[in-house]
Ligand binder design. Structure first.
Ligand code: HEM
Length: 494
């Protein structure tokens, strides 16, 4: 039988593909990587994953492949870790190996590989240590962080009071309040809620996040050399980042003029003082690129996370008015109406503390954490995981584990209460992750959640606009759990 040129060519292509496929699969097996769904050339294991609800589909896959398995994004492998024992064994017992971040091209493009979130090695250690120390309450001169949050909580309740009894969506006001706390900590100033600068800042962060997590952002990250020049919506990321940079640089310049080294006002002052101290060290990590990168990280990691958690929190309180009343009872007993709440009150308010813990647990806003990577080859649970492999620690598998929480799929503050109503710690409370890379803003975020919620509930009763039974508290579908459904509420003064 005569095949002809095109027939021969076709056969050659098919044969090469088959050969490529089998050699590739054999290579994978030889590597003794953790098991996983069979990958296809180019597609990897994409057909086994729902990219819009990635964490749900990965949890499903773990039912078949166990607590350690491998997925492939095209030909790039990522190891998924499920369950408290397995994640602890990796992030804590083998923390030195599992605490790296994978290479992220976007971070190079925007922050020149500087800052905290996406750095490694000495740079990461120094930026992380400095940020943690500075974010502690005593880090900045006379005005501590608690006082800044209390001030913002007052402005927020004033703003809510102005609405009267009309229904409103709390999203925007919560975003403004939380962003203002970071502005106060980083720039030393808060802005009026109508301020054009604050609104522009929030819009920029939101748009950058939206584009970075879109398919265009993904393509730019994977193929930066091509997609930097290909037209498309992702091109806007560059101009947005430039605007954000301009905003931060302007503030930097004015700080340099007004700084008093004996009395740092904010994060930028503290950083500038450190830069001055280390100016004769050519290897110092305290330079303007790291200052810019770290400030960007604080905004990106610290604004949306906290305001989304607050938004989930208010929604749960609308759904469960009895929980709201119990918090108010505690507020009346411990704080009263004549002074503002302070962090010291928290130890005397175990019920409120338990509610905030279960808001963080149940909202589960980073179900897959932030991806880690291995810093060297490792044999983990009998499998070989090579250096530079991406690792997804599935925090959701700990936060929703029926072995640790009696009603994991329901909002239930008794998860954190003893029978005598005292606060009960739980090892499985890991919304801020665990190990060397855990969230550096945990203290700040928990302070904000406590002070914002108690200040609001001290002044107002929160009311739903529909029957509480009908309120849907599960996340918006196809958002990987990160976004609550839109809702309206109204308040009445107490
Ligand atoms: C409810 C609020 C928050 C939640 C649930 C949250 C959660 C997380 C999680 C899960 C991680 C990943 C840890 C890992 O890789 O293992 C993380 C990292 C981080 N968070 Fe938060 N976070 C919150 C608020 C904040 C705030 C307020 C800030 C700072 C102002 C902040 C700054 C950071 C930074 C800089 C990192 C990277 C740490 C590193 O790579 O060493 N976060 N956060």
């Amino acid at each position: 039988m005569e095949l002809g040129v095109s027939g021969t060519l076709f056969l050659a292509v098919v044969l090469s593909l088959v050969l490529y496929f089998f050699t590739w699969k054999r290579n994978l097996k030889m590597k003794n990587m953790p098991p996983g769904p069979p990958p296809l050339p180019l597609l990897g294991t994409l057909l086994h994953m729902n990219t819009k609800e990635l964490h749900t589909s990965l949890m499903k896959l773990s039912e078949t492949y166990g607590p350690v398995f491998t997925i492939y994004m095209s030909k790039v492998p990522a190891v998924v870790l499920v369950g408290q024992d397995c994640i602890k064994e990796a992030l804590i017992d083998n923390g030195d190996v599992f605490s790296m971040r994978g290479h992220l091209e976007l971070s190079n493009l925007f922050t020149k590989g500087c800052g905290v979130i996406f750095t490694n090695g000495e740079r990461w250690k120094q930026m992380r240590r400095f940020s943690i120390t500075t974010l502690r309450n005593f880090g900045m001169g006379k005005r501590g962080i608690e006082e800044r949050i209390q001030e913002e909580a007052r402005y927020l309740t004033e703003e809510i009071g102005k609405i009267g009894g009309a229904p409103f969506d709390p999203t925007h006001r919560l975003n403004l309040a939380v962003a203002n706390v970071i502005c106060s900590v980083v720039f030393g100033e808060r802005f009026d809620y109508e301020d054009v600068k604050l609104r522009e800042l929030l819009t920029l962060i939101k748009k950058i996040m939206q584009l970075m997590t879109s398919i265009w952002g993904l393509l730019l990250n994977v193929f930066p050399k091509i997609f930097t020049y290909v037209p498309g919506p992702h091109q806007k990321i560059f101009s947005y980042v430039e605007k954000l940079k301009k905003f931060i640089l302007e503030s930097l310049e004015s700080h340099k003029v007004t700084i008093d080294p004996n009395c740092p006002r904010d994060f930028i002052d503290c950083f500038l003082i450190k830069m001055e101290e280390e100016k004769s060290n050519p290897k110092s990590e305290f330079h303007s690129d790291n200052l810019f990168g770290t400030v960007m990280d604080l905004f990106v990691a610290g604004s949306d996370t906290t305001s989304t958690t607050l938004r989930y929190g208010l929604l749960y309180l609308l759904k469960y008015p009895d929980v709201q009343s119990k918090i108010q009872e505690e507020i009346d007993n411990v704080i009263g109406q004549n002074r503002c709440p302070s962090v010291e009150d928290r130890v005397q308010m175990p019920y409120t503390d338990a509610v905030i813990h279960d808001i963080l647990r149940f909202a589960d806003i980073t179900p897959m954490g932030i991806p880690h990577a291995t810093g060297q080859d490792i044999t983990f649970r009998g499998y070989h995981i090579p250096k530079d492999t991406l690792v997804f620690p599935m925090l959701t598998s700990i936060l929703k584990d029926p072995k640790s929480f009696k009603n994991p799929e329901q909002f239930d503050p008794t998860n954190f209460l003893n029978d005598d109503c005292s606060f009960r710690k739980n090892e499985a409370f890991v919304p801020f992750s665990l190990g060397k890379r855990s969230c550096i803003g945990e203290g700040l975020a928990r302070m904000e959640l406590f002070l914002f919620l108690t200040t609001i509930l001290q002044r107002f009763n929160l009311k739903p606009v529909v029957d509480p039974e009908k309120i849907e508290i599960s996340p918006q579908p196809n958002t990987s759990g990160t976004i609550p459904r839109t809702y309206q509420m109204y308040v009445t003064p107490r």
